[in-house]
Design a protein around this ligand. Sequence first.
Ligand code: EPU
Length: 425
Amino acid sequence: MIPVEALRVVGGSRLSGEVAVTGAKNSVLKLMAAALLAPGRTVLSDVPEILDVEIMAELLRRLGCHVVHDCAAGTVAIDVPEALEHRADYDLVRRMRASITVLGPLLARCGVVDVALPGGDNIGSRGLDMHIGGLQRMGAEVTSEHGYLIARAGSGLHGATVWLDFPSVGATETLLMAAVTARGRTVIDNAAREPEIVDICTMLVEMGASIDGVGTSTLEIEGVESLAPVAHATVADRIVAGTWAVAAAITRGDITVRRAQPAHLEIALDKLVTAGASVTTLDDGFRVVMEARPRAVDIVTLPYPGFPTDLQPQFIALNAIADGAALVTENLFEARFRFVHELVRLGADVQTEGHHALVRGREALSGAPVEATDIRAGAGLVLAGLVADGETTVHEVHHIDRGYAGFVDDLQRLGADISRIDLPG
Ligand code: EPU
């Protein structure tokens, strides 16, 4: 039997101290894909040491790039050749859905791209219809064969006006990267406005792209002939920062989060104030202090600047031990409530009905073995374990490793009783 790793958490510690966040997973993966648009060397800094960066590096290597991830320096250097391969294989897409981010840049560079269809994943069906519809408007022919999405634009892409049904992060990124070197003007209406979208727009503009309306829901892109590689620092990870904020609140602790941008977390931090925390904004981050039992807070997830779905499980964990009852509404990923079944194993009182969850706060949770069903569910379960009585073992820890660099070390430094353990496979 090959041992599998799990996290062992013993609840009861009040977390206090300082922690620094690195660049955002959900930005750096897209910045790595954007590098494909310009032959030559792109250097990204503030790169987190997480599994998904390794998977994206492997994908870029298979496309013909030379990629060096210097973990100590937090950089990734990508040497992009003139001639690229144009296939993203199933074994990588299956491991990391964000692999489909290469769709736009490869189509723009090669005029053809084959990307394995990601299929369903642990947080829902996650369609590609808006990616495909937008590329078709820009002149691509898109088919699906043998589990691969194949897009062709033999005579190049042209500008178009695209209205997204929903401000999809992924579709906005695909169309943006396809549009920057397309012939003419592209307008993406109802575009996503997440800080990670602003980050990729900023890098594309540094590379020579012409984009108006950055940070708004209408992006206007005037295609340029070619782009040049640049050095770019990744925007701070607001979801990791938000997870630390909840860690302070749930353990009645005192955590200062450095290298974070509180402006990217306004609603989440405001919810913590409603829950009874004191939140102070600092020059390079923020501090969250919680003295008493948190009060329950209602949550409705929405595209940015609404409350982020990627902090929903952490806030359900907080509500599970809060004073009162809270209604949590999930509007982005229908299957994200799967993690509730695990939280209930810790004694939480949560009822789900469609995309609503009613959480009745309990005085205490009780440690038990649980399973992380995705990255954020994993974070939510660790937070719950920090306040559960006795020992909680979080299985499927690889999910957490996909998104949280040095999580266990940071938790230990803040005073948590947590360690990685090997269990029989
Ligand atoms: N959708 C469609 N059709 C499309 C595109 C999206 O129906 O063509 C639907 C999806 O099924 C989903 C919703 O729209 O229900 C949101 O999808 P979106 O495209 O906005 O999200 P994404 O690009 O797939 C990124 C992050 C997620 C984050 C969401 C929302 C990455 C790699 N992933 O996903 O992050 O939750 O935006 O902010 O950037 C995570 O980090 O744990 C994570 C899941």
